[in-house]
Write a protein that binds this ligand. Structure first.
Ligand code: TXA
Ligand code: MG
Length: 359
């Protein structure tokens, strides 16, 4: 497949980087990146690692490749995709009327787990943004993702949702991507386990006022420190923005997931036991795992600190989801801002369960 060439843009350092081998990558990885670029330029999809979760990437300039993303994920066509690029000097190519607060966040946190929703420029096709006048933009912080974007060139960018089927748990290893998408993705670049483990934090702008649309890899407090201002948590986004990360039921394991406050989790475990149900009890306040409380109940101790907890969250849910339990019983995370992203993911993962006490 051929695609129309776009005019050259100011690519800053990325044109230089493009022609230099990345010393952080092995020769084999560099060969794989070259093969991935060929796939993408031919209109294929490539799953690639980022610091947050694996993305399912396609060249934004190739409509059929973007369609393939939607088909592979089973995602409705009006749900916008995040556009990934390599260097901050390209920001003005993809967005316009960029507020001062967006520049502050971009210069401080990129590359990193932050997505900015900005007015899209004419270079971003509408089929990538689900017809919206805004675009989600991000520079990922992963050597393979950056090498891929640099090798692809500054004239284009990669649209990439998380590389999972619609509504399911995001993948944090290449093996998870294979489990999710199998042969429906043309190529998977393996960059090991993701270092953050939760999707990017998403913010939008109304002039210089910043709203949080999705809590994620960067804590709210870190954003507020850089802005020296409060950020509004947008409670309306679930209904007003057509975006899957903002739907109530999302990031869900197949096994029913129930959230239970610390004070009642022992009692709830006994109730499940009495009903002869098999349950994995996922705790944070109990420091040690107990692989067999009785023949039906396993207790798994997650880290007590939110960043470490976030790194393990999806891999843990995925592992227990595959073991045939009747129930995943999750201890409610501490009620403070540092745990916002984790609480958010559990609320969505448990949405269909009537026993959920956090809702
Ligand atoms: O960490 C991440 O953000 C990962 C990696 C691969 O970069 N990507 C990711 O993409 O989580 P996805 O498609 O699973 O979630 C993208 C979210 C949507 O759910 C939506 O909330 C938001 O990005 N989004 C994208 N464009 C938007 C727009 N124009 N307006 C509002 N929200 C938008
Ligand atoms: Mg997703």
């Amino acid at each position: 497949m051929t695609k129309e060439k776009k005019p050259q843009i100011d690519a800053g350092n990325s044109t230089v980087l493009q022609s230099m081998p990345n010393p952080a990558l092995s020769p084999e990885q560099q060969q794989q990146i070259a093969a991935a670029v060929k796939q993408l330029q031919a209109g294929g999809t490539v799953a690639f690692p980022t610091e947050t979760v694996y993305g399912l990437g396609a060249d934004i300039a190739i409509p059929s490749a973007i369609r393939q993303i939607y088909e592979t994920k089973g995602r409705p066509a009006d749900h916008p995709l995040i556009v990934h690029f390599a260097h901050i000097s390209q920001l003005t190519h993809w967005a316009k009327e960029i507020p001062e607060s967006a520049w502050k966040l971009a210069t401080h946190f990129w590359p990193g787990p932050l997505t900015l929703i900005l007015k899209r420029s004419q270079h971003v096709p509408q089929y990538v943004t689900g017809g919206q006048s805004t675009v989600g933009l991000r520079i990922p912080d992963h050597p393979i993702a950056l090498a891929l974007l640099n090798a692809l060139g500054a004239e284009t960018a990669l649209a990439a949702p998380s590389a999972n089927r619609f509504g399911r748990i995001s993948p944090t290893t290449a093996a998870h991507v294979q489990d999710e998408l199998g042969k429906n993705v043309n190529m998977v670049l393996d960059g090991g386990a993701c270092q953050v483990g939760l999707e990017s934090t998403i913010v939008s702008f109304d002039d210089d006022a910043v709203s949080l649309l999705r809590p994620g890899g960067i804590p709210l407090s870190a954003l507020e420190t850089v802005l020296n201002d409060k950020i509004t948590i947008n409670n309306h986004y679930k209904t007003t923005i057509r975006a899957p990360g903002t739907l109530n039921s999302h990031y869900a394991p197949a096994t029913p997931l129930e959230i239970c406050p610390t004070q009642t989790i022992c009692q709830r475990t006994r109730e499940l036991e009495a009903q002869n149900l098999c349950a994995a009890v996922i705790t944070w306040s109990v420091a040690k795992s107990n692989p067999m409380i009785n023949k039906n109940i396993v207790q798994f101790a997650m880290p007590q600190e939110p960043i470490a907890y976030g790194i393990q969250l999806y891999a843990t849910l995925r592992r227990f989801d595959q073991k045939g339990f009747d129930r995943l019983l999750v201890e409610a995370p501490p009620d403070n801002a540092a745990w916002l992203a984790i609480t958010d993911r559990f609320q969505r993962a448990s949405h269909n369960n009537t026993n959920n006490e956090l809702k």
